[in-house]
Design a protein around this ligand. Structure first.
Ligand code: ATR
Length: 284
């Protein structure tokens, strides 16, 4: 009998998570003997739930809302990208320690560059938002050596704080990093605009100069759903290419799988399958 290593996604709520589907596909694709479920923890019961999972032989967890900060505090060792993000979405339980990583930003970058075919090297990037989601993608973006990274947020001082935090990394990447409120947006269309605000959750559009969108702009919303978000529709009206964050979801999962198993699954076929299911939810 094959003994499977156990993994799960932990969150609250978590029943809707597509991670079990994605990881089952990755396991089949790579012939890795893993079992992957979901784990609902009480909002004040993250640590107890994780300990129980480890005692039952759990090898790793994906961490989703609202526990990414708890997971960051729980890890004994952090990857540089998790330390920079200030949040952990991947825990790996090693023999003598708990390793915390954050694969969200890597997933975004890989989706943009590999699945969507847009290179970030030398690109002009506009990042909308300065919360946890935005912070998590700054270092992986800088690692690709873009020409410009402008961070814009409704609350300007949060964008300015991110600029301060990543000033040294930007210098090393030879990237012009700046930010503030919408007035910080520079003239001319950007190559890539990423919406990392929570605006799409309540169908609101973050403030952004229309002139930032051009026909060559990739307008990426980190959210996804069965229908285009308001941000994607706005971008399309302005002639830009609007895309959602489903590919980021798949690619962050692929990178977590790699962190756990040392094997890199191919995200593209799983993304294609998930896209079909999203378009026809009754068949899911
Ligand atoms: P997350 O972990 O999803 O990033 P967060 O840390 O609460 O969540 O950050 C939410 C981000 O979305 C912030 O940048 C927030 O802007 P403020 O810092 O000004 O609050 C942004 N946001 C949320 N709703 C928004 C809206 N309707 N328009 C513009 N920005 C919005």
């Amino acid at each position: 009998m094959t003994v499977c290593d156990r993994y799960a996604v932990i969150g609250n709520p978590v029943a809707h998570s597509k991670s079990p589907f994605i990881h089952a596909r990755f396991a089949a694709q790579t012939d890795e003997a893993i079992e992957y479920g979901h784990r609902l923890a009480p909002v004040d019961g993250f640590v107890a739930s994780v300990r129980e999972f480890i005692e039952a032989g759990g090898r790793g967890l994906n961490v989703t809302v609202p526990f990414k900060l708890d997971a960051h505090a729980f890890a004994h060792r952090l990857s540089p990208r998790a330390a920079a993000a200030g949040a952990v979405n991947t825990l790996r339980f090693d023999a003598d320690s708990v390793f915390g990583d954050n694969t969200d930003g890597f997933g975004l970058v890989r989706d943009i560059e590999v699945n969507l075919g847009v290179s970030l090297k030398g690109a002009r990037i506009l990042l909308l938002g300065a919360g946890g989601a935005a912070r998590g993608v700054v270092l992986p973006m800088l690692d690709r050596a873009p020409h410009t990274l402008t961070i814009v947020n409704r609350t300007a001082d949060k964008a300015e704080a991110l600029v301060g935090q990543f000033a040294q990394a930007a210098l090393e990447a030879d990237c012009r990093l700046s930010g503030g409120n919408a007035r910080a947006i520079e003239a001319g269309a950007y190559d890539v605009i990423v919406n990392a605000t929570a605006g799409s959750l309540d169908a609101s559009l973050p403030e952004c100069d229309d002139r930032a969108f051009g026909s060559g702009t990739l307008a990426y919303d980190m959210m996804y759903g069965a229908h285009p978000t308001v941000f994607m529709e706005h971008a399309s009206k302005l002639g830009a290419r609007g895309v959602d964050g489903l590919g980021m979801l798949v690619e962050q999962a692929a990178e977590s799988f790699y962190v756990w198993r040392g094997v890199r699954p191919d995200g593209a076929p799983v993304l294609a399958e998930l896209r079909k299911l999203l378009a026809a939810p009754a068949a899911a």
